[in-house]
Structure formats: structure tokens, C-alpha cells
Ligand binder design. Sequence first.
Ligand code: NAP
Length: 692
Amino acid sequence: MNIIESYIAGEWCAGGASSFSGGQSQCLINAVNDEVIGEVVSLSNGFDRMLEYGRSRAGYALKQLTVHERAERIKQLARYLLDRKETFYQLSYMTGATKADSWVDIEGGIGTLFSYSGIARRELNDDSFIVEGAVENLSAKGSFVGQHLLTSKDGISLHINAYNFPVWGMLEKIAPSLIAGVPVIVKPATLTCYLTQAVVKAIVDSGILPAGAVQLICGGIGDTLEQLNEQDIVTFTGSAATGHLLRAHQNILASNIPFTMEADSLNCCILAPDVTPEDIEFELFIKEVVNEMIAKAGQKCTAIRRIIVPASLMKVVSQQLAGRLQSVIIGDPLDASVQMGALAGRKQRDSVISAIEKLRTVCCTLVDGVNQFSDFKSVGVLPDKGAFLAPTLLSCQDPLNSVEPHQIEAFGPVSCLMPYEELDDAIRLAKMGKGSLVGSVFSHCHKNITRLVFGVASHHGRLLINNRDCSAESTGHGSPLPALVHGGPGRAGGGEELGGVRAIKHYMQRTAIQGSPDTLMAITNQFVRGAKAKHDAIHPFKKYYEELNVGDSLETHRRTVTETDIVNFGCLSGDHFYAHFDEIAARDSFFEKRVAHGYFVISAAAGLFVEPAKGPVIANYGIDHLRFIEPVAIGDTIQVNLTVKRKTKKTKRPEERYFTGVVVWDVEVLNQQQEIVALYDILTLVERKNRD
Ligand code: NAP
């Protein structure tokens, strides 16, 4: 028997055969043909060693790396897994997934690694911690300031996942945790853990991550929850029933262990009243509903469960959906013609059928995938084998007075049509789901769209609006995206995953640091205004990346602004705005006199601080946070303080000529009264001496 091993404290263990002893066992079955895939033997001990190994060994190693270095490893890992994706596809078919379903799970999951790596390197500083937001001035003279810092938690993150996305479900959570510097223990749902395990095996074999950064529990989690401490984090994806049970665990409550939950969600799709059957939006809507019902055989947390349509269109919508659903080809996912595979297991199919029965107490059946399976076209379905189920479309005639369609989740190819008369009724119906991961609106009327969005946003984590303007590029109702929040209020669990850097910060501790500007600069490695500047005889533009230190500063010579400057700049730029050129209008203006162009001030500032001779500064590639504070009038004299604010080493790509780093400079332009007239950051690319 093929034993699906766990990976604990650097050891692959299969219960009795290892230094960890085994307990209960469970057979894993191919969802398509009922063949035995292997066996999982739950471990009965060793969870304390696993936690300690993760916290001390991998936790320490990850904290030695900067955020960018961790992100770089996540990118390497994504490449490594992509090269081995075919092995994962072969296992994925056994879960009942078609090629398209597997693509979302496998390549979608790997894509999340790439995305997180990019987000971290683009948006976060290259240190082992994250500096968040601006420095807060807390005193009249500026000697006492504050800044938020995020540091890696000292624990591990335990990810308990559902069976439907064995790869994506793991990768979308390990990426932000590892970038945050927190090692991971993955506990996949037993049903499909053989696929998760194959990916974890590849991760371990790659040697890209520090030892113990990713550990795996196949089977039960034993006493892991009792062993967690206040520095650990739990994320849970699965049914609300299990989620509530685990969240209420005595140690989770007593130690205030963060517990994020993603649970059942009765997502809705609303067809707005402006759409007629002749509109493009009508066809887009029908396609989306059908696609969401059959993708992954409806085992998607984001699938459309409630189809909300104007009462006047119920008949035509029912006919269109029924026609398309009845022609779906069901069967062995290895056959390319198959559009919908099997559910992940027979037990799961039974629970979908039982949910359909409950829904039928208030709904009529338009397409019966339970009792009329033989009416559907099927390919490669062996008699009495596999966990196949055809799509079921229900219709609830009085949805405002029925609770079942808003409460019962049939986690399969099942959806329920419900009519509405007024737009406000559609909003009420959407909210009766009591919190969803996602909702979608099909409309080309901005008035209806806006009403619907503000009507239902409080109950949704994500809203997709689809119409002729964006359909060609829309990623669809059911796709969570790394840059956008995934999660929803209420029934959906109240959690938030993904959403760019938010997800990384979720695994870190935010601490407000208070002190003097010099102290904060020493801690954060970023220039804090008010800290002592370091002046040196060598112009900073003559220094290589390694020779520049945060706080290195240049005080430039001065320049008096003349009317000729304003006239020349106006002619050069074509900007003849009255405040610069019309003496009378300017006197009457906000400034009460003619003033220099703001863009002239920053151009003149560059003229003051730039070292013209060729040197290590390769390019200026941006300005951030520009603010004009005081006007500069004819006769005013300006001067610049240029200070190294932050440095980020860049990894050289093969096609690039130079080894470089980005230097962010704080620029302060002052007038003759030492008042700040302009403030901004400039970003330069500076050559590195070190070729590493
Ligand atoms: P489930 O039965 O609640 O199981 C979820 C996870 O919890 C599995 O890893 C399971 O492991 C584990 N688990 C169950 N009991 C446990 C216990 N006493 N102690 C520790 N771990 C325990 O859910 P599922 O059947 O796998 O997934 C289907 C459900 O997940 C659906 O309701 C669906 O809506 C929801 N889901 C939600 C999202 C979302 O993002 N909101 C995403 C996907 C799925 P075992 O398999 O070993 O029992």
C-alpha cells in the first residue's frame, strides 16, 4: 500500500514506520474510478517536535533573510514547481478535476507564488522587517517621533485547508507567510492530500527554502492545537461547522491565537433590470453562471449558488441555463472532450445530494442532475464507479420568504434561481446570504451598478461587475486574485486572505516605535527628518551604491529665482498659467503675486544637487510624494538638502548591463527664510561595485 507520508522535523514519516508512531488510517480513493491511491496513517505523537523544529530552526533561518531575499526564493520555488507541473496534473486528475480545473489549482497556485514575490519586492523595503507608513511627528520641536514597524512573529503558521484546491489552497497561504518570515505547517484535507504532498515533496527536494520552513501533516493534527502558543497563527479553510469548532478551541481562545477563517459562502450573481435577452450582458451572464456551476464540478468556495434575476426574465433565463447545462459533457477528466469531472469523493457527493433534497423543500427542479444523470452526455464513466454528479438547477419562487436557498450550501454543481421585482429586492436577496466571498453584477447601466454595489458591498469581500466594456479581459466571478482581498464577512468566515501586502502583514506583529529621529533612523535603516545629517566632501552622486549610507547628506549652493527664469521656463514648457505670467490676475490670486512654476522649482533643485560628471548614478527613474509647501516668488533664493533615505539592492537580470541598487533620496527645497518650499523623494539607479 502506498502510504501518504507526513513531513515532520526534517523526516518523512508514515506512522508506524518512522520515529513518530501512527494512529488511525484512511484509504484514499480515485474520484473517477474508485481505485485505491494510497493510505494515510494519522500520527499520534511528534507534534511538539514539529512545532519546535519549525519555530526554532526554520523561524531562525527565515529571519536571517531580508523580505526581498525571501521573496526571491519564493520566485525560484515557483520556477522549480512549474518545471514539474506535469507530475501534479497526473495526480490532480484522480481528484476528479479536468485539465482546466487543474490549471486553476496548479498553475494558478504557482502563479500566486510569482505574484507574491513581485508584490513584496516592489512594495516593501529590503530588510528583515517592514517599515509601515510615514513617520509621525509627536512633538512641537520634532525631537520625539513615532513609526510603525512590522516584525516576523516568533511562531509558526498552521494552515488547515479544504479538499477542493489541494495546491492553490496551500500555495496562496505559504507565500505570504514565508515572505513574512514565518514557517508553515500545512494540514491539507485528507481526501486530496496526496496531491498536496507531491508538491510539498518537490518543495523539500528543491532545497530552496530553509529546513523546516514547510512541514506537512497528512491525516489528523493530534494535539497540535493544544501545543500552539501566542506567537503562532492559524488559518482555516473549510466548512463553517469545522471552523467554528476549531476557533472555539480552548487554547486558541486562552492564548488569543489569531484564527482566520474562510468558510461556506452562498455567493450571488445579479442580472440587473436594464439587461434584455438581446444585450451582450445577457449572454455573458448565462455563460458565467454555467461556467461557475461546472468548473471544479461546483466545488469552489466562490461558485455562484444564488442566481438573482428580474422576475420578467425568469422564463428565458431558465430556458437558456437549462439548455446549456443539459449539454455539458461529464466524465473522465483525462478525456479532452469532458467539460465537468467528478466530485472529489462519494461522501462529498452524498452530502451534495442531501443538501439538494433540503433545498427542494422550497425550490422546484429545472435541471435534475441527481435522478436524471443518464440524460446527460458522459464519457468514460464506469458503471457504479466514481463520484460523478450532473449539474442541478433549482428555482425558488418566493426567495424573500425562504431561508433555505440563502443558508444551505450544496458544495457541488448546484445553483438556485430566484426572481426579484425591484432593485431593492435584489439587494435584500443578496444580503440574505449573510456574508459572501464574492458577488457579481451583470449590467451596462452605471446607475443600477452603483446602487447594487453600495447596496450589497457591506456583505461581500469582492464584487465583480461584468459587461461589454471589460468582459474580454475580465478574470471572472470565481477567481480570487493575489492583489485583491479574498474573504468575506459573516457566513464566509470573516477572514481576509490575499490582497497584496496585507496578507504578508497578517503574519507579522505591528509595533509602534517611539523615540528621537536619530534613534528611529538607526532602528529602521531609513532616513527620518530631524535626524543628524552626515556631510562629507565627496558628492554623493560620485559614490557607488555600497559607499552610500542612509543619512548621507548634501547641502547645495543657492540660487535666486528671477523673472527671466519664469519666462524661460514658460517658453520651454509651454505653461503660461496666469499665476506665473499675468501680473494683475496673479495679484488677485491665492498667491497675491507672480510665482515660479512648481515644476521649475524641482527642475532648478535638480540643477543644484546633480553632479554633472559621469559617475555611478545611472538614471533617475521617478519622483514620489511631491508636495509644494510654499510658493517661490521672483527674488526668492532656494537651496536643497539631498539625503539618502533608503537603499534597495537589485538582483541583476541576465539581459541587464549593470549591477545596481535603487537609492531613494529625501529632497528638501528651502527658501531664504529656511522655510520648506517643496518636499519629495527621488529614485535613482546607482551602480554597485560588488558583483554578487
Ligand atoms: P471540512 O470538512 O471543514 O475540512 C476542512 C479542513 O479541516 C480539512 O483539512 C480537515 O481535515 C480539517 N478538519 C476537520 N475536522 C478537524 C478537526 N477536528 N481538527 C482539525 N482539523 C480538522 O471542509 P472540506 O469538506 O474539506 O471543504 C469543503 C468546505 O470548505 C465547503 O463548505 C466550502 O465552502 C469550504 N471552502 C471554503 C473556502 C473559502 O475560501 N471560503 C475555500 C474552499 C472551501 P480532514 O480532511 O483530515 O478531516
